[in-house]
Design a protein around this ligand. Structure first.
Ligand code: GYE
Length: 329
């Protein structure tokens, strides 16, 4: 018969104790990995997709700043797939990057990848989009979220609308990517902003996936189903431009028959404000590079980073669009 030695018993019980301790820790409760102070870093940037000017401006800003500071940027493009983005983060972990900047396409599916990076000793900074705040926390699962207040963006659009159309409106809402933090929050902020105002009705609300052509197709169908709609609220400029095309194809005049409202503030949309086709745009600035690397430096210096590094957004309407259009990205 096998008689375990004293050493083997001790080893087994230590192992068992360690295992049960790990099991009793809530997921993601490990200490956040530290970042060593170095002159140059190998940094990952996991982008969600590159199908619009906002994303292209964001990538450019990250690449420019990394180059300026002499860091190596490992760049991936998930091409609109959360599953690919998870794989991209895992490949960055395998390559041993020092830190990962992640723009999570959707709120939930990227959380395991964020935790996997932390377990591998790689700190993650979320850029522009957030993960589900009920499931993962800054300072525990990731360092911080750098980005805009999307709820406030939606609320500002509602406030403008209520002022411009005091008698009420029938609204078509073009939502962003389903399950993404800007889509969830821009919807919430807008609807909260109109709560209690009985003459404002969202007659239809559907996702156009933050994309121009999808936005155009969805707007076309919804305008047909709701010929009395007099406002289109788009969660981003790309869908707003798609909606303008749909409105014109339906023989109506954007800015006259139908008020168009948007978020992002790219040059094309701000020009559409100048031209009277869009009534107002809340800015959401994509130039993250300087702030991203400044936050990395602060973290490496041992500073405690606030859970949310907030971007401040401008607002464009006919009062300022013509002077601001040159600065828009
Ligand atoms: O509004 C949109 C982009 O995550 C804040 O995503 C960003 C949004 C932005 O595709 O144009």
């Amino acid at each position: 018969m096998f008689a375990p030695t004293r050493r083997a018993v001790l080893l087994a019980s230590t192992l068992f104790a360690a295992m049960s301790l790990a099991a009793s820790l809530p997921a993601g409760a490990q200490e956040l990995p530290k970042l060593e102070k170095k002159d140059s870093y190998k940094v990952g940037f996991a982008q969600t997709e590159s199908n619009n000017p906002w994303r292209i401006a964001q990538t450019q800003s990250m690449q420019d700043e990394a180059k300026k500071l002499g860091h190596q940027l490992v760049y991936t493009d998930a091409a609109g797939s959360a599953a690919k983005q998870v794989a991209d983060v895992n490949s960055m972990i395998a390559q041993g990057v020092d830190l990962i900047f992640l723009a999570p396409r959707e709120e939930k599916p990227l959380i395991p990848a964020v935790r996997a990076a932390a377990r591998a000793g790689i700190p993650v900074i979320l850029l522009d989009r957030n993960v589900d705040p009920a499931l993962a926390k800054a300072g525990r699962d990731y360092v911080t979220f750098i980005g805009s207040d999307f709820v406030d963006e939606g609320r500002r659009v509602a406030e403008f609308l209520a002022k411009e159309k005091p008698d009420g409106a029938k609204i078509i809402q073009l939502e962003g990517t389903t399950g993404s933090s800007p889509a969830n929050d821009r919807k919430k902020g807008f609807e909260d902003g109109l709560a209690g105002k009985a003459n404002f009705t969202v007659v239809a609300s559907q996702s156009g996936d933050f994309a121009r052509d999808k936005g155009r197709q969805v707007a076309e169908a919804l305008l047909q189903a709701h010929p009395d709609a007099d406002v289109v609220y788009a969660h981003n400029d790309e869908m707003a431009m798609g909606a303008i095309a749909a409105i014109e194809a339906a023989g109506k005049v954007p800015g006259k028959d139908i008020m168009v409202l948007s978020i992002d503030g790219g040059k094309e949309a701000v020009q559409a404000v100048v031209d009277g086709k869009i009534a107002a745009v809340v800015e959401c600035n994509p130039r993250f590079g300087p702030k991203a690397f400044e936050t990395l430096n602060r973290y490496a210096a041992g500073e405690t980073i606030e859970p949310w590094v907030k971007n401040i957004d401008a607002f464009y309407d006919k009062s300022n669009a013509s002077t601001e259009v040159t600065n828009a990205y």
